[in-house]
Design a protein around this ligand. Structure first.
Ligand code: HSE
Length: 440
């Protein structure tokens, strides 16, 4: 059988990896897919660089629409990124009857509903394994491997840049700003790292996992997003003393009230495997009612790890493109007509436990007042620690740090107590609040 023909839009880091791995492993990939898979046309604005990557024998064009218009091409790989031209090209590819493979989490998290509906109507597949956790086959696992389960929650370290920064902060006792600059100097963090450090990239990914895990539409606009920019070395140190590590987690959970969908720094018990995922590595935990807890670990970014996911999608499409669309695996794991109307909960309705750090005057009755406010609100305390405060001036030397761990409570209830605590004259600095996840 003739090879299936693929057009590649954007040949940067992941595109080059895809081209190289496909060529290197073509024999084995063909034995798996049942026929060859060949990138025949590449579109990139930098034609000269694209030509250097692919050599001779592959068409290189500057205009992506030439690829979409080519009737010989069955699959378009979109590796341009962003919401602008990438969205137009994906929609045009679908309209032209092409199957699409994309690593574009931002595009799918924001416009997924429209894109999947268009693909469904046109009878084509939009595959996106590479959009979440790079080389880890977490989409396949959630959508197919765990299909017997009622999934209860998914929690993941799904941004390598922030995990690298947090690992360095803990190892070296440094503050966020210092480590970020070093990460940029070493090329681990982008020149503009906003999406990574503010949690937006992780929120795109957890939005997609949430949709697949629970059979709900993709709803990035409902996700709660908090990054790592306000974390200090002191909290990482105190967390360690209490037996926890701080990780930026993407969390989505099914509760009787609705779906939780959130990204924020979280204390995780140090003995959990996921707490020991260091550097730029990713890991995702999935809890299903039948299987229990499962853990997936690997490289969440990079040229060939992400190419591994792109090519897995190419193989899937090659195997399935002649199948009746009704017999294919649905984009969001559940049949399009069977999506759930479960609401995504606002953050004030989420229940979790908390780490609080308060810089207070070291006077009689201060701790009693704080714990009294928690008790009045029905919030139970798990642990309290008092430590001599670091970095206080001589004038402030009668101040101390009080760290309180709470049991589970509604975030709205805690917020009200925090407002009361912050107003006390004995609370000398903004209260630090970090959520805590036991993941058991
Ligand atoms: N910038 C992401 C990360 C990789 O640091 O994990 C692409 O999503």
């Amino acid at each position: 059988m003739k090879p299936i023909k693929v057009g590649l839009l954007g040949i940067g880091t992941v595109g080059s990896g895809t081209f190289n791995v496909l060529r290197r492993n073509q024999g084995e990939i063909q034995r798996r897919a049942g026929r060859g898979i060949e990138i025949t046309t590449v579109a990139d604005l930098d034609v000269a660089r694209a030509r250097q990557v692919v050599g001779e024998g592959v068409q290189v064009v500057a205009d992506a629409r030439e690829v979409i218009a080519n009737p010989e091409i069955d699959i378009v790989i979109e590796l341009i990124g962003g919401y602008g031209i990438a969205k137009a090209l994906v929609m045009e590819s679908i309209a032209a009857g092409k199957h699409v493979v994309t690593a574009n989490k931002a595009l799918l998290a924001v416009h997924g509903t429209e894109i999947f509906a268009a693909a469904q109507a046109r009878g084509v597949m939009v595959a996106f394994e590479a959009a979440v956790a790079g080389g880890i086959p977490i989409i396949k696992a959630l959508r197919e491997g765990l299909t017997a389960n009622s999934i209860q929650w998914v929690a993941g370290i799904i941004n390598g840049t922030t995990n690298f920064i947090l690992s360095e902060m803990r190892d070296k006792g440094l503050d966020f700003d210092v480590v970020l600059k070093e990460a940029q100097r070493l090329g681990y963090a982008e020149a503009d790292p906003t999406f990574d450090i503010e949690g937006v990239d992780a929120a795109h990914k957890v939005t997609l996992m949430s949709a697949i895990a629970f059979g709900i539409p993709v709803q990035f606009d409902k996700a709660y997003v908090e990054g790592i920019t306000k974390l200090g070395a002191a909290d990482i140190k105190y967390a360690e003393q209490l037996g926890y590590r701080i990780k930026l987690l993407g969390i989505t959970k099914r509760t009787p009230q609705g779906i939780e969908l959130r990204v924020h720094p979280s204390l995780v018990p140090a003995q959990r495997l996921i707490a020991n995922v260091e550097g730029a590595m990713n890991a995702v935990m999935v809890q299903g009612d039948a299987v229990g807890t499962t853990l997936y670990y690997g490289k969440g970014a990079g040229s060939e790890p992400t190419a591994s996911a792109v090519i897995a999608d190419l193989v899937d499409i090659t195997r399935l493109h002649t199948a009746d669309p009704l017999n294919r695996v649905p984009h969001l794991a559940f049949q399009p007509g069977a999506l759930s109307a479960l609401e995504v909960l606002p953050m004030s309705e989420v229940s979790t436990s908390y780490y609080l750090r308060l810089r207070v005057a070291d006077q009689a009755g201060v701790l009693a007042k704080l714990t009294g406010l928690l008790a009045e609100a029905g919030i139970s305390i798990d642990a309290v620690l008092q430590r001599e405060a670091d970095q206080v001036s001589q004038a402030d030397e009668n101040q101390t740090d009080v760290i309180i761990l709470t049991h589970d409570t509604r975030e709205g209830t805690l917020n009200a107590v925090l407002t009361q605590m912050q107003a006390l004259p004995t609370v000398m600095a903004p209260i630090v609040r970090i959520r805590k996840e036991e993941l058991n």
